[in-house]
Design a protein around this ligand. Structure first.
Ligand SMILES: [Zn+2]
Length: 197
């Protein structure tokens, strides 16, 4: 069987949280496989940028005393603190100069895994007529999943680019992909995505 997903005029690419703390040597909360997907994300970036399509990059953007941090009762080591080295995007990520950056979980007492949660993302996408989202980044089992499920709930067609996401745990990543599929997401890779603008 041969299935293709079209990258249409109403498509946008979302790169979820490809930040140094998650993806680089010395990062506070490294996601295995994150560095490995950067070249593939760049291939998708070129496809979308060359077609003049919207590119969104989300980032964790925590205050130093964020509730998701262990010293403040949360599950994670401190990471992606506003303005810090770890919060910067991976240096190998070829984001276009007009990338739209969405910052999330920027209030001390509010955690947000989804790039839609507490952000302007839905507004930005809907005002630009975007209907189909292509999602890459980390982590499959946390912020990618939450972003995909929110996108589906908001009525977008959502394509998870499985060769450009990485999970905290392998098993969690598999479960997360199943959950996204059940919720209506399309799973695709570079060989099954075709520019049709
Ligand atoms: Zn975080």
């Amino acid at each position: 069987m041969y299935v293709l997903v079209g990258v249409t005029r109403s498509s946008a690419l979302i790169v979820v949280d490809v930040q140094k703390d998650f993806c680089c040597e010395g990062g506070a909360l490294r996601v295995p496989g994150c560095e490995g997907i950067v070249p593939r994300i760049n291939e998708y970036l070129r496809m979308f940028v060359d077609a003049g399509l919207l590119v969104i990059a989300s980032r964790d953007w925590h205050p130093p005393n964020h509730i998701s941090f262990k010293p403040y009762g949360g599950p994670w080591p401190p990471h992606c603190i506003q303005g810090s080295w770890g919060a910067e995007f991976h240096p190998g990520l070829e984001l276009p100069s007009d990338v739209y950056v969405v910052s999330k979980a920027y209030l001390r007492d509010k955690e947000a895994y989804s790039a839609f949660d507490g952000t302007e993302l839905h507004y930005v996408l809907s005002t630009r007529g975007v209907r189909r989202l292509f999602v890459t980044g980390v982590a499959t089992d946390y912020c990618v999943k939450a972003t995909v499920l929110d996108g589906l709930r908001l009525g977008y067609e959502v394509v998870v680019l499985t060769d450009a996401v990485a999970a905290v745990s392998e098993e969690g990543g598999v479960r997360a992909l199943e959950e996204m599929l059940k919720a209506g997401a399309i799973l695709a890779d570079l060989s099954s995505v075709k520019l049709v603008t």
